[in-house]
Design a protein around this ligand. Structure first.
Ligand code: GLN
Length: 447
């Protein structure tokens, strides 16, 4: 009840929640109380939380930040929703996000931008901006997010919280509205690594309903949390400290790395030579997959449908034109272009080849080091509207996060300080496949 009051007081200014499920939440809290009274115990029983509005929730609308799905009510729960509810977590509502998770500032949402709780003139980052802002403002202790190219880590960094993008295949994508299926991965966002571990313990599990779910997805992420960092091999990629990196961000991350060294980690410089190609590779592959995934929104099924179309073709055209915002339409156009017969070899196939090189970079690096550390973002939170006119400037906000998704490895953002203007800075930890527990361990010891 205290949090519901806090949400109604603060949400008008932050716009972090798209939907607040007050009566369902009160009922779920009463059920959790009853389970506890009956002797049940569990770390998440009765704990409030909220889901990014990309996870389908039976009976509660799931908008994905889009007019296309403004009134869409899924007939079933996403696996992640189902699993957290079964532990007795209490969902307070659905969180704002960039439309179909396409964006880095939470400004492409049909429901309006989210504001950064540290400075309401600034963006919270995206696409899981509502999740990051809600946790940072204390509206919920934990939230879910998804990360296709940085959407958990980038807003976590800009809002001063902790968020992990797990190894691809660890968290089920069933019921998570698809953007780019080979890159999308759900994960927890919380105030610290320990809370992320608590959530991931439940979120990570093999799911036969997701064909890319890994059979060994589950693990106990709390178990290794306290391991000392003595002897940890840390690699710092040269490519992450080049031109374009804000000096205050660089200084805060360097101080974070110095702290890891103080705790006994062995720090060395490494190279990820293909990282500079990650953004351009991603912006071929992600739109290609999106153009295919979003073809299902045809104005016939699901929700938005144009009024009075002359024929079927016009029904499709008008419904999609009205239902999708400018960024989503841009991605669909780019995606269909790079997949078209005449350009497939020049763009899509080439991007897949570069994706292999990026994966190879990490494979070589992890033969030498246990964790790779660098900034999560090139700058702290930027003003609302600052990058809207220039999509490429916006795409560069993910310059340090995207390679991780192309490779499928886990990565985490942990707060490592503030700028002189009081904006939070995030430090990114990247690990080899299934080293999620190590990343949480390092972040926990650091915190
Ligand atoms: N900012 C990137 C994009 O717009 C990544 C978004 C995400 O991870 N969902 O595609």
């Amino acid at each position: 009840t205290a949090l519901l009051k806090r949400i109604s007081a603060l949400n008008p200014a932050l716009n972090a929640f798209v939907t607040v499920t007050e009566s369902d939440a009160l009922a779920a809290a009463a059920t959790a109380d009853a389970r506890r009274a009956a002797g049940e115990d569990g770390p998440l029983l009765g704990i409030p939380m909220a889901h990014k509005d990309i996870f389908c929730t039976a009976g509660v609308r799931t908008t994905c930040g889009s007019r296309m799905l403004e009134h869409f009510v899924a007939p079933y729960n996403a696996t992640v929703v189902e699993r957290l509810a079964a532990e007795g977590m209490v969902m307070l509502g659905k969180l704002n996000m960039d439309e179909f998770a396409m964006g880095s500032s939470n400004e492409t949402s049909y429901f309006g931008p989210v504001r950064n709780p540290w400075h309401t003139g600034m963006v919270p980052g995206g696409s899981s901006g509502g999740s990051a802002a809600a946790v940072a403002a204390g509206l919920v202790p934990v939230a879910t997010g998804t990360d296709t190219g940085g959407s958990i880590r980038q807003p976590a960094a800009l809002c001063g919280i902790t968020g992990i993008k797990p190894t691809y295949g660890r968290v089920s994508r069933y019921g998570m509205i698809a953007f780019a299926s080979s890159l999308d991965q759900g994960g927890p966002m919380a105030r610290n690594a320990e809370d992320c571990a608590l959530l991931l313990n439940v979120m990570a599990a093999h799911d036969p309903r997701d064909s890319t779910s890994h059979p060994a997805a589950a693990s106990d992420f709390l178990r290794g949390l306290e391991r000392p960092l003595q002897g940890l091999r840390v690699g710092v990629p040269e490519e992450f400290f080049g031109a374009g990196l804000d000096p205050e961000v660089a200084a805060a991350v360097q101080a974070g790395i110095a702290e890891l060294a103080r705790q006994g980690a062995a720090v060395q410089s490494i190279r990820l030579p293909n990282n500079p190609h990650a953004v351009s590779t991603y912006y071929v592959l992600a739109p290609a997959e999106a153009s295919s995934n979003l073809a299902r929104f045809d104005g016939v099924r699901y929700t938005h449908r144009a009024a009075n179309p002359a024929d079927l073709t016009e029904l499709y055209q008008q419904s999609r034109y009205e239902g999708f915002g400018a960024e989503v339409r841009r991605r669909i156009l780019v995606g269909t272009y790079v997949l078209s017969a005449g350009y497939y070899d020049a763009y899509y196939r080439k991007a897949q080849q570069v994706r292999s090189l990026i994966r190879e970079d990490f494979r070589r690096a992890f033969a030498e080091v246990d964790v790779i550390v660098g900034p999560t973002t090139p700058t702290p939170a930027f003003p609302l509207g600052a990058k809207n006119a220039d999509p490429v400037a916006m795409y560069l906000a993910d310059i340090y996060t995207i390679a991780v998704n192309l490779a499928g490895i886990p990565a985490l953002s942990v707060p490592c300080g503030f700028t002189a203007a009081g904006l939070p800075v995030g430090m990114q930890l990247m690990g080899d496949y299934f080293a999620d527990d190590l990343l949480l361990n390092v972040a926990h010891r650091y915190q």
